[in-house]
Ligand binder design. Structure first.
Ligand SMILES: [Zn+2]
Length: 589
């Protein structure tokens, strides 16, 4: 999602109808070939793309080269646009590489021992990242910086030294999956490679596009071959708010090799202006929990808790993810067995064949499981973002406070499948997804989103502010457990006790309230830590409301081989809650 000061572009994928799928895929194949040739030929001029000579990426590319396979001027512009976008993205990544280059050290690698292969020392990497402080960022780029460090470590493991230049470790980024943005063409009414019109009354998109035919010849009568797609309410509402931009054509590849083409329908909408600091009154704090997915609480600037906390419990979803995880483990064990059987015979021996065939099937199956698993997680991050935004809106919060992604917390518990999933859920990737989604949705809704220092937020009493211990449960108060789900305040005058995630969400909300008060009095941005006396303790603790995610069955329909299309499902989810009475929450993206 692209953002600028007052506009935001949103993208909605539509699966193209079956009758044009073959045409679309043929077009994407031809385009990809051109795009990849351009990227390859301009790769040694990557630094040039670090500067924007023009708003449009295609113009920058056209200043440097011409089409290796001319088949229409506007078609070439669209191809050049995509090549330019990829090169610009890589040039930005190269700038980030310059940030991590000075901190690369051998301590980030674990030497080979008798029992273990050489590998990466993730703890050292995380520490180096935490030291790499960037002022006033939400830590969102920490995920990208970490991936760059890991890439550099992989290079070290192969070549025995760190790369000197970004290009040493980054292969030419040719496109595996084709994308063709129509932004280089002259628009829906005048376009020479596509035409698109909207009928808002009948809620319909009419689309036509220029493609090569089965013999490779570019069709002349393409404007007459129109297709129609239904415009869902949700997208229609955005269209009425904003401006429709040129769409993109994109290929989707399933693990079993089946390909399909989607049209990314793009709308630019105005964002709501965020409330000015002086008129801010309420904060929603949320914690990405150990036991519950998300816990959220609302406080006012005086530190009074407003209403009851919200617990977003994933219930059956955890179980389903755990099952997929177990299935992957079983398949992996089978693969190991088959590999051993295959290796009983030397290369070229026909007795290897049965094992080889079966291995191919199993590997495809493993890939399919991972895709499903990751798609569900991504889906979950989006749902959690929607819920948080809805809660913030419903309780009149002008700011959402969440812990900084820099903490990269992992729970270090649970060797079983469910525990593994919870660890994965907690990792930077899925939390990064939640943060990114939340950031653009908040931006759109005019709500501020600010990261907070996570240190000690789950080991501090939210009532009196003294450091507190955690325990496995209220029934296990004889033994302190750092990862325990239950927090008990040891201050004899207070003795507050409750869920650790709940306490953390309140503490994070308090940090948010302190953040606002600081901004109001000093007009400066400052992220306090929970130990600082300026943070006011919460004075009222309400009862508890539990929000459960909907049962798994309807969620299945949201996914078609791990992909979500606007014309394939109803983009709304109903949530039942006991808050404040029996409320039906309707969520939409
Ligand atoms: Zn206390």
């Amino acid at each position: 999602m692209r953002t600028n000061r007052d506009q935001q572009s949103l993208s909605y994928p539509f699966r193209l109808p079956d009758e044009v799928q073959a045409d679309a895929l043929r077009l994407l194949d031809v385009s990809r070939e051109v795009i990849n040739a351009v990227i390859t030929s301009l790769w040694d001029r990557l630094d040039d793309f670090g500067k924007r000579t023009n708003k449009y990426a295609y113009k920058q590319v056209q200043e440097m080269t011409s089409s290796p396979q001319p088949h229409g001027d506007r078609q070439w512009r669209c191809e050049a646009e995509q090549a330019g976008r990829i090169l610009r993205g890589q040039a930005d990544r190269k700038k980030q590489f310059a940030l991590i280059l000075p901190i690369l050290s051998q301590g980030m690698l674990r030497p080979k021992t008798e029992t273990k292969r050489a590998g990466k020392n993730r703890k050292a990497i995380k520490e180096a990242l935490a030291d790499l402080r960037e002022e006033n960022t939400d830590g969102g780029s920490a995920v990208e910086l970490q991936s760059l460090i890991e890439q550099a470590c992989n290079y070290y493991l192969t070549y025995g030294c760190f790369p000197d230049r970004y290009e040493d470790m980054q292969a030419v980024p040719i496109q595996q999956v084709a994308v063709l943005p129509y932004a280089g063409d002259d628009g829906g009414a005048m376009g020479q490679s596509y035409r698109m019109s909207l009928d808002l009354e009948h809620k319909e998109i009419t689309f036509a596009f220029r493609t090569p035919d089965a013999t490779g010849k570019w069709m002349r009568n393409w404007r007459k071959k129109t297709i129609k797609m239904v415009l869902p309410e949700l997208v229609l509402a955005r269209v009425k708010q904003g401006q429709v931009l040129a769409p993109s054509l994109r290929e989707i590849k399933q693990p079993d090799g089946v390909r399909s083409a989607v049209l990314d329908f793009i709308v630019e909408v105005p964002i709501t202006k965020a409330t000015e600091w002086p008129s801010m009154r309420h904060v929603l704090g949320f914690d990405w929990g150990v036991r519950t997915l998300v816990t959220a609480s609302v406080v006012d600037l005086e530190g009074h808790q407003v209403g009851r906390p919200f617990f977003l419990d994933t219930g059956p979803f955890d179980g389903r993810q755990a099952r997929t995880r177990r299935q992957t483990d079983l398949l992996k064990a089978k693969v190991a067995k088959l590999e051993a059987r295959r290796d009983c015979f030397s290369t070229g021996d026909p007795r290897r064949e049965p094992a080889l065939l079966q291995l191919a099937v199993l590997r495809r199956e493993i890939a399919r499981c991972w895709r499903k698993y990751e798609a569900r997680n991504k889906d979950l991050a989006h749902l959690a973002a929607n819920v948080l935004l809805l809660l913030a809106t419903a309780s009149g919060c002008e700011l959402i406070a969440g812990e900084s992604l820099k903490s990269m917390k992992s729970t270090g518990r649970g060797k079983d499948a469910r525990g593994k999933w919870r660890n994965w859920r907690n990792n930077s990737q899925i939390r990064g997804e939640l943060w990114r989604t939340l950031r653009y949705k908040c931006h759109l809704a005019g709500i501020r989103l600010e990261w907070q220092q996570p240190r000690k937020t789950s080991h501090t009493c939210p009532h009196c502010g003294t450091p507190a211990d955690t325990y496995r449960s209220p029934a296990h108060l004889d033994k302190v457990n750092d990862w325990g789900a239950w927090l008990v305040c040891s201050n004899p005058a207070c003795q507050w006790n409750g869920s650790r995630d709940y306490a953390a969400s309140l503490n994070i909300a308090r940090l948010g309230a302190t953040f606002i008060r600081h901004a109001q009095t000093t007009r400066r941005i400052y992220h306090p830590s929970i130990a600082e006396a300026a943070v006011k303790a919460v004075s009222y603790m309400g009862a508890v409301a539990v929000l459960r995610l909907p049962p798994p069955v309807p969620r299945d329909r949201l996914l078609d081989a791990g992909r979500i299309y606007c014309n394939g499902w109803r983009k709304s989810v109903s949530l039942r809650s006991s808050y404040p009475t029996e409320t039906l929450l309707r969520l939409s993206g």
